[in-house]
Design a protein around this ligand. Structure first.
Ligand code: PEP
Ligand code: MG
Length: 883
């Protein structure tokens, strides 16, 4: 095989498309070289060598050494230099370069090829001893650190000691002889630590550096990074060896980094920093303050240090023209590294630049108007998940973070407030205009009001689909869930956070983007939806096939959903509508009633409230489809817990509190998630379905009158596993439709469908579809029941599973496409086999996850339904998956 690819002098053996073989850096160096940009000549050793290295006991392919010699000769020919030569010595940089940039690996060794003799040749040639010795000491420092494992700080200490003794502050004040003295100390340090001298042979240095790059592919840090970012170990890294150019050759030399557009705002303006008389690592190291590249940026920053534009106008103009060329060539914002050696510009790197969501939007939209991109390409340039940043307040990246503990990033956005432990306290605070964070061990439907009143929610138990997480996402409230290190002592009103005590009223900040809990108030940035957002969304809507609906039950959520472009409601969880003030008591009356009569009495009280809820929802959605799910309460969430709650219900029912307590105890379940919930409740108590169906139908009739738009409710039966369950509930609904038609004289059209959230439902989909006009995959429960992992208790071990590589992602966040996905495929296929026009959607949390949305497109669902605040993400993800 061919292991080495050369570039330089306006040509290259490689190209940008060869990223897999040459790594990102190598492929782009080759490309720039072919474009005729000034790239220091060099070569790339392929990623296949890395793979070979690990497949063959850390050894190299036989022909590699000869190819390296030949490639070095080519550099020599291009530069008129010799590696190890005592006249015009060739010095090289050695850099790793995987397919994707990967922190945690060996980065760079500069000035390789210097030794006690070549350094004198360099000094002579440059006519500058100080420069030569400075380069040599940098090489010893870097090489010893990354190749030989002598810590960087030990050298820094020697340097600092020297500066202190001689009352110097800057490295630039150290003269040639002093550097020479320091070099001796550096070498002595290496010899002392390693019991052998610093290598003087340039060949030995080179192979040492190559070994270090390949070796760094398997360091624990790199392995961890790959695991977290889903990068296969088999990719390997390439190595780039390039002739050195010197940014530290005096006042006419410089080195810098730049973005072709502003990476935080997206503004189409060159943006970057440089240092005069410096080498690459100085810019990053932050020892000296870098200067702005452009005059514009300098003026905006109010800086008095001259810009590159002012200092070296010719090199600047040339650089600027390359920026434009590279952007046009790659049709993307570029992140560049360059060096100016004695007035001559050299390009050292180009790659797609990292950017904020805001910048990504602006750049994509601008590039379309500039004619660089088409609309469809632009759609692919914004990562859907990143839109989250735009829709919620976020912590100012410049703010200090005093992290108390970390939980799951359950709902994005950040919020600060005083700690409260109860929903009542949260509501009270809200009424008084105080901002609070509701801190609970876990939340239940009873806390919905408190959650509404709080700025954010923090729990120490529960996973990504726990009650707190799901509800908070629906509300668009920040939530950190499952912060297991917190010990909440409700009785004394204190929290123990990994040894630190917090009490009610203390101010904390939660960051729903990364799960951090911070002490005190932290500065926030407020979201702004720019015109670019609307423009890109408009393009996305033109190309996507799947519809996007929202999971919403309150008028407020429904409005947010519509504002974000939802095309209907895909899941209205009616049990969430029952936990409001007086309703709580009525619902408890219904649940605790011993007789049908008692239940009907309670249901009669609920009917007008439910009807009114639905009228509101239908009005807001104005003819768009609304899927209403019949009651699906995990019973335990509804049972009265405290004496006060019991007394309250007892009074309302005119019942004996003690008898009621027995009844409540009798209703307690060992495993409520697998208990008397969903359609099982409707089968036991058909009067519940009847009441809800009546409320829906009457509301449809009423809303249609007001809006003038026909309302076609979609009634959804939860947790069906058997066709007979659905048939029974269907009978109740249909009977009610007949009744309401008769009573109102109105036309009434509706659909009845079911959730597919149990493996049996997916397997028996052909049969169940005979009774269902639509399926909505409830992937929260389907994940729970397929894995047999409780949604509420998974947090305690899923983290370990991810760390140990058993699961790559939390299956409650991103759909397990292989396992749960197979059941969905089966459900889709079998459902369509008996009802070809069956409407298919998803309403689990995965409906807002881009990767899962891609899967939904693949299996041909008609729509996805997600939390209102994820609707824009889903619109974009659906568009991308359709392209
Ligand atoms: C589901 O199970 O995926 C679902 C949407 O229902 P819930 O989360 O209310 O159980
Ligand atoms: Mg469910």
């Amino acid at each position: 095989g061919k292991w080495v690819y050369s570039f330089g002098n306006g040509s290259a053996e490689g190209a940008a498309q060869m990223r897999n073989l040459l790594g990102g850096k190598g492929a782009n160096l080759a490309e720039m070289s072919s474009l005729g940009l000034p790239v220091p000549p060099g070569f790339t050793i392929t990623t296949e060598v890395c793979t070979w290295f690990y497949d063959h006991d850390n050894s190299y392919p036989e022909t590699l050494a000869a190819e390296v010699v030949e490639a070095l000769d080519r550099i020599g020919a291009a530069t008129g230099r010799t590696f190890g030569g005592l006249e015009r010595p060739l010095l090289v940089s050695v850099r790793s370069g995987a397919r994707v940039s990967m922190p945690g690996m060996m980065d760079t060794v500069l000035n390789l090829g210097l030794n006690d003799r070549t350094v004198e040749a360099l000094a002579l040639e440059a006519g500058d001893r100080r420069f030569a010795y400075d380069s040599y000491r940098r090489f010893i420092q870097m090489y010893s650190d990354v190749v030989l494992g002598v810590d960087h700080h030990e050298f820094e200490e020697i340097l600092e000691d020297y500066k202190e003794c001689n009352e110097l502050t800057l490295d630039t004040e150290i003269d040639a002889d002093a550097w020479l003295g320091l070099i001796e100390k550096f070498k002595a340090l290496v010899e002392e630590e390693l019991e052998r001298p610093f290598p003087q042979d340039p060949q030995e240095q080179l192979w040492g550096a190559l070994g270090a790059v390949f070796g760094s592919w398997m360091t624990p840090r790199a392995v961890t990074y790959r695991r977290l970012h889903d990068i296969p170990g088999t990719w390997g890294t390439a190595v780039n060896v390039q002739a050195m150019v010197f940014g530290n050759m005096g006042q006419n030399s410089a080195t810098g980094v730049a973005f072709t557009r502003n990476p935080s705002t997206g503004e189409n303006a060159l943006y970057g920093e440089f240092l005069v008389n410096a080498q690459g690592e100085d810019v990053v190291a932050g020892i000296r303050t870098p200067q702005d590249i452009t005059e514009k940026a300098r003026l905006e920053a109010g800086s008095t240090s001259p810009s590159l534009e002012a200092l070296m106008p010719e090199a600047f103009a040339e650089f600027k023209s390359y920026c434009a060329r590279l952007e046009a060539h790659y049709t993307d914002m570029q992140d560049l590294e360059f060096t100016i050696e004695d007035g001559k510009l050299w390009m050292l790197q180009t790659r797609a630049g990292k950017r904020t969501a805001k910048a990504a939007l602006r750049i994509a939209v601008d590039m379309v108007s500039e004619g660089l991109l088409g609309e469809e390409e632009a759609i692919g340039r914004v990562e859907p998940g990143a839109l989250d940043q735009l829709l919620h307040p976020t912590i100012d990246p410049k703010a200090e973070r005093d992290v108390l503990t970390t939980g799951l990033p359950a709902s994005p956005g950040a919020a600060s407030g005083a700690i409260v432990f109860t929903s009542a306290a949260a509501e009270e605070a809200k009424a008084e205009g105080r901002k609070v964070i509701l801190v609970r061990v876990e939340t239940s439907p009873e806390d919905i009001h408190g959650m509404h009143a709080a700025e954010g929610i923090l729990t120490c138990r529960g996973g990504m689909t726990s009650h707190a997480a799901v509800v908070a996402r629906g509300m668009g409230k920040p939530c950190v869930a499952g912060a297991g290190m917190l010990r909440i002592d409700y009785r004394n009103g204190v929290i123990n956070a990994a040894g630190r005590q917090l009490k009610e009223g203390d101010i904390i900040t939660i960051d729903g983007a990364n799960g951090q809990v911070l002490s005190g108030e932290v500065t926030m940035l407020q979201p702004k939806l720019s015109g670019d957002f609307g423009t890109l969304m408009g393009w996305a809507d033109k190309v996507r096939r799947m519809k996007v609906r929202a999971n919403a039950e309150t008028p407020q959520d429904a409005k947010v959903a519509r504002d974000f472009g939802a095309e209907g409601i895909g899941l209205c969880r009616t049990e969430h509508m029952f936990f409001e003030g007086e309703r709580t008591v009525v619902v408890r009356e219904m649940i605790l009633a011993e007789t049908e009569e008692g239940r009907r009495a309670a249901l009669a009280k609920l009917l007008p409230m439910q009807r009114q809820d639905f009228v509101e929802l239908f009005k807001i959605m104005h003819g768009l489809p609304v899927t209403i799910r019949l009651l699906d309460p995990p019973l335990h969430e509804f049972l009265p817990k405290t004496d006060h709650e019991l007394a309250e219900v007892a009074a309302a029912m005119g019942a004996d509190p003690e008898l009621l307590r027995d009844r409540a105890l009798a209703l307690e379940e060992f495993n409520p998630m697998l208990g008397h919930r969903g359609c099982r409740l409707l089968v036991s108590y058909p009067e519940i379905a009847e009441m809800q169906a009546r409320a829906i139908f009457e509301a449809a009739v009423e809303a249609a009158k007001v809006t003038g738009a026909p309302v076609v409710p979609e009634i959804m039966v939860p947790l069906v596993g058997l066709k007979k369950e659905l048939d029974l509930v269907r009978q109740s609904i249909e009977a009610m439709a007949v009744a309401v038609r008769k009573e109102t004289g109105a036309e009434l059209t509706y659909q009845i469908g079911t959730m597919v959230e149990l493996p049996r439902a997916a397997l028996k989909a052909a049969e169940i579809a005979q009774s269902a006009e639509f399926f909505s995959f409830g992937t929260n429960d389907l994940t729970q029941t397929t894995f047999g992992i409780s949604r509420d208790d998974a947090a305690s071990f899923l983290g370990t599973y991810q760390k140990k590589g058993i699961l790559e992602q939390d299956p409650f966040v991103s759909l397990d496409q292989e396992g749960v996905g197979e059941l969905i495929r089966i459900g889709v296929e079998r459902g369509r086999s008996t009802r070809p026009d069956i409407k298919l959607g998803i309403c689990g949390e995965h409906g807002g996850d881009p990767a899962s949305i891609g899967f939904c497109e693949e299996v041909g669902l008609d729509y996805v339904s997600c939390s209102p605040f994820r609707v824009p993400i889903a619109r974009l993800a659906a568009a991308q998956s359709a392209l």
